[in-house]
Design a protein around this ligand. Structure first.
Ligand SMILES: [Cu+2]
Length: 258
């Protein structure tokens, strides 16, 4: 299916295949339905001559109906199986945790840092111009090493568990290149898991009309090698920790004269 954007996720090829198969099935069902309508139009008025041929026609009708219902159930079951497989996390390889927050009109990504625990966020502390778009609580020790980024950087080949949040209205987290789409709903935290396979840049969109700036609500997913990812994250964690230490120092030795 070359009309879809290039796929970079583990489950993407199976999903594309199933999508193609389902489109093929509904196309032929549509053609069959049109043919039936035309045949019915031309047969109008010509009654089946015997009761026996009428019964045969009825049996054929029911057989076709049963086949269509069976096909429908197969489509339902196969898509559910794929959905479950894409979201199932292998227990041997712990998933990378990233929190995604939708805000009119931007996406923010938060990594829990060295302690692997997200710090508390408070709505009254949200202050994007002051560098705290998520409202991280500075009094919570878990918040000190939380890395907040406007780009989603991930390593190739490792499962990822995204926690979806929204600060205001319903946003739709949509990554066409990873075959991912799920809503971020205020007051709820949803989960979305996948495994990026191919390195490169992928566009992140918002698929819900969330306000006047909806059209420009975009972000970037960059898939890199595990080494590049670890170096980037360690760097950001260091920067976050030192910035936190500076701001929470009650007797700063520098800057007092200014
Ligand atoms: Cu949005």
């Amino acid at each position: 299916m070359n009309w879809l954007p290039p796929n970079g996720a583990l489950h993407g090829a199976a999903l594309d295949h199933l999508l193609g198969l389902n489109l093929l099935i509904v196309f032929w069902l549509f053609v069959a339905a049109q043919v039936l309508i035309v045949v019915a139009l031309f047969r109008r008025g010509t009654r089946s001559s015997t009761a026996k041929s009428g019964r045969v026609l009825l049996i054929i009708d029911y057989a076709v109906l049963l086949a269509v219902i069976g096909l429908y159930w197969w489509m339902l079951a196969s898509s559910h199986r794929l959905w479950a497989a894409a979201r199932e996390q292998p227990s041997t390889n712990p998933a990378i945790q990233v929190e995604v927050t939708g805000v009119q009109f931007q996406w923010y990504f938060r990594y829990p840092g060295r302690d692997s625990v997200y710090g508390a966020v408070k709505p009254n502390l949200v202050n994007a111009p002051a560098g705290n778009p998520l409202g991280l609580d500075p009094s919570d020790p878990h918040a000190a090493d939380d890395v907040v980024s406007s780009i989603l950087l991930l390593p190739a080949g490792q499962p990822v568990d995204l926690t979806l949040r929204s600060q205001d209205v319903i946003h739709g987290f949509f990554v066409p290149g990873m075959r991912l789409k799920q809503d971020a709903i205020p007051g709820m935290s949803g989960h979305l898991s996948f495994t990026p396979e191919a390195t490169g840049d992928y566009v992140i969109l918002c698929s819900q009309v969330c306000g006047l700036g909806h059209y420009r609500m975009q972000a970037r997913l960059r898939v890199v090698t595990p080494d590049q990812f670890n170096a980037w994250l360690a760097n950001r964690e260091r920067a976050t920790l030192s910035a936190h230490a500076e701001s929470s120092d009650p007797n700063p030795s520098t800057g007092a004269a200014r």
